[in-house]
Write a protein that binds this ligand. Structure first.
Ligand code: OFO
Length: 162
């Protein structure tokens, strides 16, 4: 049986993953609207990936006989001043997710909840992968000149990432 402290944190994580789906879907929408086709597809796929993160948590909680609680999900931002700002926000969001996962791991160890600790290993690896990806994209954005050619190249790069 899960201790209430870790149950609350796992529910929080579940809700954060749901927010991630909405955030990336809205980002995809903004990119499409601005003509960034490649970036838009990338974020749509990213949003789909976040669904898997939800279902893993959802299934884990159900499988151990604890009902997952879906709560209120705040709306994601709908406008960005530039593509760079959008990517920075996505990167920051992934960094926050990593911090949350680390806190969850810490709580699991402190409570000697080793099955949750084992379950969270996948999220640790996933966060590392996603943080690295957004860091790479941000670095590429800094390298190109933000003019038409630069933006075109970046949009093409996203097609290879999708
Ligand atoms: Fe990397 O976003 Fe979910 O966990």
């Amino acid at each position: 049986m899960l201790k209430s402290e870790i149950k609350t944190k796992l529910d929080e994580q579940l809700n954060l993953e749901i927010f991630s789906v909405n955030l990336y879907l809205q980002m995809s929408s903004w990119c499409k609207n601005k003509g960034f086709e490649g970036v838009s597809s990338f974020f749509k796929k990213q949003s789909q990936e976040e669904n898997n993160h939800i279902y893993r948590l959802f299934d884990y909680l159900n499988d151990i006989g604890t009902m997952p609680i879906v709560g209120y999900i705040k709306a994601p931002p709908i406008d960005y001043s530039s593509l760079t700002e959008l990517i920075q926000i996505a990167y920051q969001h992934e960094q926050n997710l990593t911090q949350n996962i680390n806190q969850l791991v810490h709580t699991a160890i402190t409570l000697q909840d080793y099955s949750t600790f084992y379950f969270l290993q996948w999220y640790i690896a996933e966060q590392q992968k996603e943080e690295n990806r957004f860091k790479y994209i941000l670095d590429q954005l800094k390298l190109v000149n933000i003019n038409y050619n630069g933006i075109f190249l970046i949009d093409q790069m996203f097609k290879t990432l999708s």
